[in-house]
Design a protein around this ligand. Sequence first.
Ligand code: Z5A
Length: 214
Amino acid sequence: MSRPGFFITFEGSEGCGKSTQISLLADQFRQVGREPLLIREPGGTPAGESIRHLLQHAPEGENLVPEAELLLFAASRAQLVREKILPALEAGRIVISDRFFDSTTVYQGVARRIPADDTARINAFAVGDCLPDVTFVLDLDRETSLARMRACKRELDRIERESEEFFAAVRVGYLDLAKKNPARVVLLDASRSVETLSTEIQSILLQRNKTLFS
Ligand code: Z5A
């Protein structure tokens, strides 16, 4: 589907460096006079931020079953797509999202073991034809990821308190996602320096769309 804007998503395990790279990329766009729309999932709309609170921090979210969890992520996304992402893309803007439907495929599908067909069907219902033009998966080993999160010293949320087995499945899920979607998904070794990664991301984007930084 052709539309005037460009949609970029970042994925990966917690602490892999998505927010850092998104902030640098946004600055690179601003330098050429383009103000990107920055969003995060879950959240990004008033309804979505309430859902985020329920999913991550509220005591009422502690005993969510995997199916309810999946539907809440999808509800937040459905609202975000229609309220924010599509209008921005239609207006020709660049949209950069910290996580999108691939997180559901990996966290709820692979790590929580919800059947892939169900996850795919609900993802498709939530986003319609609003698919990312490119997705960067920042791949990082668990030890480095934990070290980075410890350095941030913030309280862990409900999902971050999951088992080591869960996070091993998340990493495998992302590697598999990249293998299955080579045209859209770019796998990057996130153990490298912030600057190296940022330069590589900009250069990949330029290769895909020469007009993005002009
Ligand atoms: N989730 C889900 O299950 N299903 C879904 O459909 C969706 C989400 C959409 C959202 O978490 C949770 O929801 C997430 C998946 C689940 N849970 N888990 N676990 P979130 O939004 O609260 O946070 P996050 O996305 O997991 O990660 P984060 O904490 O925002 O981290 P990050 O953005 O990837 O990393 P960062 O903040 O850029 O960097 C972390 C630290 O590392 C920071 O101190 C940086 O300065 C440092 N850093 C960054 N890059 C580097 C490099 N290259 N070298 C060294 N140090 C670095």
